[in-house]
Design a protein around this ligand. Structure first.
Ligand SMILES: [Zn+2]
Length: 264
């Protein structure tokens, strides 16, 4: 009986990892909160300008991130894929880093430059705004409990050719999470990146990858993730377009309601 009770207790102690797994929650646009055990990471979640087309986080939500109120407590890392206002606000990230003295931010040089341009006391956070030199190869960042691989890609769209975009693979508790930012659907670049060898558990992919047959095949071949989440969905996106995503990537999860979450 004693033994049974102990096994029962052991079962519940390991339950959070074995059954509940890890969770990703939709913030707005391409912004997500990743929660795994005691580690919380925010990706593309600090912004205020939806360019009139995309949802933005509520101001109370941004305040909660800065103040570290649940579910944004124990923030381990902040990631920004690129310096576009619907993914990142230099003032918001500046405030976040200024308030959270142990928090690091991993981003592109353009993101870091824009934080420096708006912050009076940039020196106080400078050593926690981390970036990688521009190159074609994967770079690795580690801190306790997590590893991030990052590689540059071209931003989608000719008019954005000069925008640096980082693709992130975050590894926590044996799971791999991919965030593409606004990376261009470029076959040559994706062949170099070899994401299909990574055995990605969950991928956050801009919706436009998945609205036609070619894009659906691209996602299956070049990303090959166990779960695919469509992000960057415009506000009031019509049902017909959402149906296209479901048609071409039938298993895709579509992040359209803030607070929506998925376990992986
Ligand atoms: Zn962009």
């Amino acid at each position: 009986m004693q033994y049974l009770r102990r096994s029962f207790l052991a079962f519940f102690l390991i339950l959070p990892f074995s059954i509940f797994g890890q969770k990703a929650t939709y913030i707005a646009n391409s912004g997500v909160l990743i929660q795994s055990g005691s580690i919380n990471i925010l990706i593309d979640a600090f912004f205020t300008d939806g360019k009139g087309r995309f949802l933005t986080p509520e101001s109370s939500q941004l305040d909660a991130m800065v103040a570290g109120r649940p579910p944004y407590n124990n923030l381990s890392l902040a990631l920004a894929t690129h310096a576009h206002p619907d993914h990142f606000s230099p003032q918001q990230i500046g405030k976040l880093l200024f308030t959270n003295k142990k928090l690091n931010c991993l981003a592109t040089p353009q993101v870091v430059d824009s934080i420096e341009a708006v912050m009076d006391d940039f020196e106080s956070i400078h050593d926690r705004t981390l970036t990688f030199p521009l190159s074609r190869s994967w770079k690795t960042y580690t801190q306790e409990g997590l590893t991030v691989q990052a590689a540059y890609a071209r931003h989608a769209g000719k008019s954005n050719a000069k925008i640096q975009d980082l693709i992130f693979i975050i590894e926590i508790n044996g799971k791999k999470i991919l965030h593409l930012g606004d990376a261009d659907m470029d076959t040559d670049r994706f062949e170099e990146l070899k994401l299909d060898f990574e055995e990605i558990d969950i991928a956050f992919v801009p919706f436009w990858y998945m609205t036609n047959f070619y894009g659906g095949e691209f996602v299956r071949q070049h990303i090959a993730a166990k779960k695919v989440v469509a992000v960057h969905i415009p506000d009031n996106y019509n049902q017909e377009s959402l149906d296209k995503i479901k048609k071409f990537v039938p298993n895709a999860i579509i992040f359209e309601r803030p607070g929506q979450s998925v376990t992986f």
